[in-house]
Design a protein around this ligand. Structure first.
Ligand SMILES: Nc1nc2c(c(=O)[nH]1)N[C@H]1C(S)=C(S)[C@@H](COP(=O)(O)OP(=O)(O)OC[C@H]3O[C@@H](n4cnc5c(=O)[nH]c(N)nc54)[C@H](O)[C@@H]3O)O[C@H]1N2
Ligand SMILES: Nc1nc2c(c(=O)[nH]1)N[C@H]1C(S)=C(S)[C@@H](COP(=O)(O)OP(=O)(O)OC[C@H]3O[C@@H](n4cnc5c(=O)[nH]c(N)nc54)[C@H](O)[C@@H]3O)O[C@H]1N2
Ligand SMILES: [Mo]
Length: 763
């Protein structure tokens, strides 16, 4: 065993500068910022070539977010967004981490670098192995790497001792092949980033409307009369969504924002595709801003529904869509009885929003029929994340606002193919019908026992039940909760394997042995036996499109994710009758088996080649409810009571404007006016005064949960317009504070937006 010390956190300050938070998003500063970013790390001609191809029909799918592209006209400037350009610059960087780098630097040394510096080292170029007890990664041939994996997997006493993680950039083709290999090998241990992301949406929507995806299309957003955006910061995380919101406003729609923070992008927006408007100063997007307390959403939604019911009682038939409720829903009576037991005054207090604002929101909901509710992590990463989303559905169902033009559910997805990965079977709890099909098409025996999700996977490794960990992309260590607990879990395994484009901390905190398998990214050309290949992805609105990289890969030693899976499978499953090599040689053959296994992919190869791709079937969109009752279900969800003792705060962990999850593009959070530092904690000025604290006060953060105290040291206080009692930090710096056993009911999503903490001043 090696005794080298690996740093799991980096506590250094980088020099906080504070400015006034911005009140508008995008516009010229955004373009300048992204061009600067691209120019720093990329060849300028390649950067320009790429910017013309982003999200174009026949171009490549931006490796940034999962926001859909317009069905019809796409901007000549490229479906551009500042953070999309940054995502591409990050992948298409000129810098690389070669085998020489690993020969020169021990793991201990690399781990002393900050996450930001590690990311900026560049693309991985060679397969590398860390042998048991070694201090350095060393070069390994691809063949030997696959043999190591095969040997370890075949030595396990049960396939359930292996864990296969997936991050959400993996293409449909790679995801399908990966899950096929894993199930042919014999386990459903397929935790994925979705477990930490929109799992609460999937669980809530499947139960209530019969499909774990949103029901709206981009055109619905344009046609909506009211869009309510809850727990989401699109100016940073889905910048192209702002163009859709702007169209909605131009068409006369109203926008309600429900968020503890006044996020710049939602207040005012200047479309980068429209230079004329850029000079005029942009569109004011939000009509009503409802500053909920963290996790005040169930109370907020119930208050609105109570007001709607009161209006209905005064003027029967005027508010509730009785035809819809009768024909399409189940459980309305019980729902109404339970709702009426709630005290509206209490709902208002628990929501944190004032009565006048709530009344205005209810009035908009009453006056308009085409209502869309969008949401993201502010709702899903809560103990009652599933309840939050079920309340969203209740509100839409009361108003008949689903399954018609301009109305419905809009969970805004994160990773560019996270939705597609789930469609392809990346799921620890697959349905029997899916496994039956897999057996029929491939002649395998698919395991039926459900596998580990992210949280249970960590526990399994911690207790020695998970012995081999393989990650298809992502940064498991830094993205998961309870960083030190997870580190110990990973270090307790025999082998960790990372299939990655870039180096991150998960390559440093390893099992006894570790492999780095470097792969092609979305922007790279992918040439296989039958010639140049393309892959396909499903966006947040269920549109499947092709994506083809155009750059020369950064190293000739890289393999595609598909080739890696195929070779791993061939090496491990010696008796397998599946022709892995053929599929890796020609991705059309993978699409053929996907078509045979998964509904909605008829004529996949032909339809995916059409410009703009094709829509997958969506029951809720056409009012077909694939639920246990055959109807859309109303539900009752209790209001969480979050009592705080003196000196306790509720912490939410957020993304800054300069990061993609654990990848740090830079150290600034321009819209929030926070520059050059990530170890910060945003706090209400009144809370600061109570403690006698000043701006930039150095503090330590502690969370106590089920008797265990966790700490995150060295943070600087930033006064910010955030509700009293709430504070905000950045993900992943604050992840050591998120308790492993604090997760959402039913979806097991870590409560990254709700961590009870105490704060102590250092000086
Ligand atoms: N540039 C960029 N784009 C990204 C990502 C990225 O890191 N960078 N990540 C991608 C991924 S994987 C995802 S999942 C998405 C994430 O997209 P978001 O969900 O927008 O990201 P977060 O920063 O987690 O922001 C959550 C928002 O919820 C609010 N919030 C927190 N708690 C509550 C609450 O209790 N109630 C309400 N109503 N609001 C609350 C916060 O103030 C914040 O505005 O973005 C995707 N796109
Ligand atoms: N506290 C807190 N924790 C959170 C969250 C939060 O809001 N707060 N958000 C959660 C959410 S929503 C998510 S989705 C997860 C994200 O969790 P992950 O998806 O695991 O994390 P990422 O940071 O997106 O992964 C980045 C790494 O992916 C690799 N990579 C990038 N592109 C490719 C590719 O094309 N192929 C391959 N094979 N590898 C690639 C690179 O090595 C890069 O370093 O984090 C979760 N964790
Ligand atoms: Mo996510």
């Amino acid at each position: 065993m090696s005794t080298q010390k690996i740093e799991i956190e980096n506590f250094d300050f980088t020099g906080l500068i504070l400015k006034e938070p911005k009140e508008k998003a995008v516009g010229l500063p955004a373009i300048i910022s992204s061009v600067k970013q691209a120019a720093k790390y990329m060849d300028p001609i390649e950067a320009f070539k790429l910017s013309l191809e982003i999200n174009q029909k026949g171009g490549f799918d931006c490796p940034g977010c999962a926001w859909p592209d317009p069905d019809d006209d796409r901007s000549a400037l490229g479906e551009y967004c500042e953070n999309g350009i940054k995502a591409i610059a990050e992948e298409a960087t000129k810098m690389s981490v070669t085998n020489d780098f690993f020969a020169e630097h021990s793991l201990t040394d690399i781990s002393k670098l900050s996450d930001f510096k590690i990311g900026k080292l560049g693309r991985l170029t060679h397969p590398m192995m860390l042998r048991e007890g070694a201090t350095h990664y060393e070069l390994i041939s691809w063949k030997d790497a696959f043999d190591v994996i095969a040997k370890e997997l075949n030595a396990l006493s049960s396939p359930n001792e292996a864990i296969f993680y997936t991050s959400g950039r993996t293409s449909n083709e790679a995801a399908y092949l990966y899950q096929l290999f894993i199930r042919a090998y014999g386990t459903n241990n397929l935790p994925d980033c979705s477990n930490m992301c929109h799992e609460s949406s999937g669980v809530a929507l499947s139960h209530t409307v019969g499909i774990g995806k949103g029901s709206v299309t981009l055109n619905d957003l344009h046609a909506a009369e009211v869009i309510m955006i809850m727990g989401q910061n699109p100016g940073t995380n889905h910048p192209r969504m702002l163009s859709a919101l702007e169209k909605c406003k131009v068409n006369g729609g109203k926008i309600i924002t429900v968020n503890p923070l006044p996020e710049a992008g939602l207040l005012n927006f200047t479309d980068p595709q429209s230079p004329f408007k850029m000079m005029k100063g942009g569109t004011s997007l939000t009509d009503i801003f409802a500053p909920v307390k963290v996790n005040g959403d169930v109370a907020f939604l119930k208050a609105i529904m109570l007001l709607l019911v009161a209006m209905e009682d005064t003027n029967p038939g005027s508010i509730l869509d009785w035809d819809f409720i009768r024909e399409h829903t189940h459980g309305f009576k019980d729902f109404l009885t339970e709702l009426k037991k709630e005290d509206i005054a209490n709902c208002i207090v628990e929501s944190g929003v004032d009565e006048e604002t709530i009344t205005q929101v209810a009035q908009l909901m009453a006056d308009n029929d085409k209502i869309i509710i969008c949401w993201a992590m502010g709702l899903t990463q809560q103990k009652n994340g599933v309840g939050n989303i079920q309340e969203v559905v209740n509100l839409l169902l009361m108003r008949g606002a689903i399954g018609k033009v301009g109305a419905g559910t809009c969970p805004v997805r994160g990773h560019s193919n996270v939705q597609g990965d789930r469609t392809m079977g990346i799921w620890e709890a697959p349905k029997d019908a899916f496994l039956d099909k897999l057996e029929e098409v491939h002649g395998i025996k698919a395991p039926r026992e459900h596998g580990y999700h992210v949280v249970s996977a960590i526990d399994a490794m911690r207790t020695g039940k998970g012995k081999v960990f393989i990650a298809m992309g992502g940064n498991f260590l830094s993205a998961t909760p309870d960083t030190h607990y997870t580190a110990a879990a990973l270090q307790n395994t025999n082998l960790t394997v990372q299939i990655s484009t870039k180096l991150n901390r998960s390559h440093l905190v390893t099992g006894k042995q570790a492999l780095i398998l470097p792969c092609l990214g979305r922007t790279d050309k992918d040439i296989q036996a039958s010639g140049e290949q393309f892959i396909s992805c499903e966006n947040s609105m269920g549109v499947v499109q092709s994506s083809q990289g155009i750059l020369t890969p950064p190293s000739k030693h890289l393999k595609s994710e598909i080739a890696i899976v195929a070779e791993m499978a061939s090496a491990t499953l010696k008796e397998s009758k599946i022709n892995w090599a053929e599929m890796a040689g020609n991705y059309d053959t993978i699409r053929e088996v996907i078509q045979a296994t998964i509904p909605g992919f008829k004529n996949y190869n032909e339809r995916v080649r059409r410009p703009g791709g094709f829509y997958l079937p969506n029951g809720a969109r056409v009012r077909i409810w694939d639920t246990a009752t055959g109807k859309a279900n109303f539900t009752t969800n209790t209001i969480p009571h979050n009592k705080l003792n003196a000196g306790e705060y509720i912490m939410m962990t957020l993304r800054s404007h300069d990061q993609y999850n654990t990848t740090l593009y830079g150290l600034d959070d321009r819209y929030r006016g926070i520059y050059s530092e990530r170890r910060i904690v945003m706090m209400n000025i009144k809370d600061m005064k109570l403690r006698g604290w000043k701006e930039k006060q150095v503090v330590n953060l502690f969370s106590e949960f089920n008797g265990i105290i966790r700490e995150a040291l060295n943070f600087l206080i930033v006064p910010y317009p955030i509700p009293e009692g709430n504070v905000a930090t950045y993900f992943p710096e604050a992840n050591p504070l998120v308790p492993i056993d604090s997760f959402a009911d039913k979806s097991f999503t870590p409560t990254s937006k709700f961590v009870k903490i105490t704060i102590e001043s250092v000086s």
